[in-house]
Ligand binder design. Structure first.
Ligand code: AMP
Ligand code: FE
Ligand code: FE
Ligand code: ZN
Length: 290
């Protein structure tokens, strides 16, 4: 399927938007400006920046998108937990100054630092890596396992992030630690209170033993979830139909996006996208639409 698309406005049906991307402000490897340039070169009409637990890249992305003639939607991927399941919640167009949300996000980011430091300490017993290289220059980015993976790759232990994730960084590894996550229902409540739209990220990702279950999805829908990201490179195709049927029956929107991480993951910018109708539906109801 080609993602080279018309952007002359001749038909809005041809416009495609990537609603899930990561930059150097979390675990992506490219800057918001580079994402914008790549999106323009691919013929995308617009993109959302959704770094983990931070809004740091919004300003740069907004300026770069404008310079490239692209539409921009500010977003974030929030680290949450629902009934014991690690649950990534995409939040779009929220007011970045919402106090409760900022307190919760600061707690998530601080916990991530403590957790990563302890994982690096444990790994350091058997592998020649130190916190200072993982957290180069006291970086302000949202830190995560991908940055530990990078240190292990640089030191020559693994070929790439994926190889490190399959081994020492996987849950169940003696080096693995969980990190604090916001209760998903509470996160949805705060996102809505901040004027944002909440979408459940990759609900059928193969990294889990099963797709999100329907009773959990019903709870999240009741809490105000707007959509689910069914078109995503990591969703397992056999788990999608039951979720699509549920979404249809319960008025949940279905979105598509690449979850681009630059060189940090195989996901290609624009390999999954959303329509102009989805894009406008989100922008039409949020506090910060661009
Ligand atoms: P963390 O939030 O620190 O537990 O790390 C999870 C993050 O690691 C996710 O947001 C993914 O972007 C990234 N990730 C998960 N699996 C892989 C993989 N196999 N290769 C590269 N990145 C991964
Ligand atoms: Fe990530
Ligand atoms: Fe995610
Ligand atoms: Zn993501």
């Amino acid at each position: 399927m080609s993602i080279r698309l018309q952007t002359d406005g001749s038909s809005s049906e041809l416009l495609r938007f990537d609603l899930h991307t990561h930059s150097v402000h979390s675990d992506g490897t490219t800057t918001p400006s580079e994402i914008s340039q790549l999106a323009a070169s691919l013929g995308l009409a617009g993109f959302a920046l959704t770094d983990h637990d931070t809004t740091e890249g919004w300003e740069e992305a907004r300026a770069a998108a404008s310079a490239a003639g692209l539409a921009f939607l500010p977003g974030m991927e929030i680290t949450t937990l629902h009934e014991g399941r690690s649950t990534h919640l995409l939040a779009y167009g929220l007011d970045p100054s919402h106090e409760d949300l900022n307190i919760a996000l600061a707690r998530v980011r601080e916990s991530r630092v403590g957790r990563a430091r302890e994982m690096v300490r444990r790994l350091g017993v058997d592998y020649d890596i130190v916190w200072e290289t993982v957290n180069a220059e006291g970086s302000a980015r949202t830190v995560g396992r991908p940055h530990i993976a990078d240190a292990l790759v640089t030191a020559g232990y693994f070929a790439d992030r994926t190889a490190a994730f399959a081994d020492v960084l996987r849950p169940g590894s003696p080096y693995y630690l969980p990190t604090y996550a916001i209760d998903t229902v509470e996160a949805i409540r705060m996102v809505r209170d901040a004027g944002g739209v909440a979408v459940l990220a990759h609900p059928a990702a193969g990294r889990h033993r099963r797709a999100v279950d329907l009773s959990a999805l019903a709870t999240l829908a009741d809490a105000g979830l707007w959509g689910i990201e069914l078109d995503h490179p990591e969703n397992r195709s056999e788990w999608i139909p039951v979720l699509a049927e549920f979404a249809d029956a319960h008025g949940l929107q279905v979105t598509g996006a690449s979850d681009y991480h630059g060189a940090g993951k195989a996901n290609l910018l624009g390999e999954h996208t959303s329509s102009a109708a989805i894009w406008e539906a989100i922008r039409g109801q949020v506090a910060v639409p661009s």
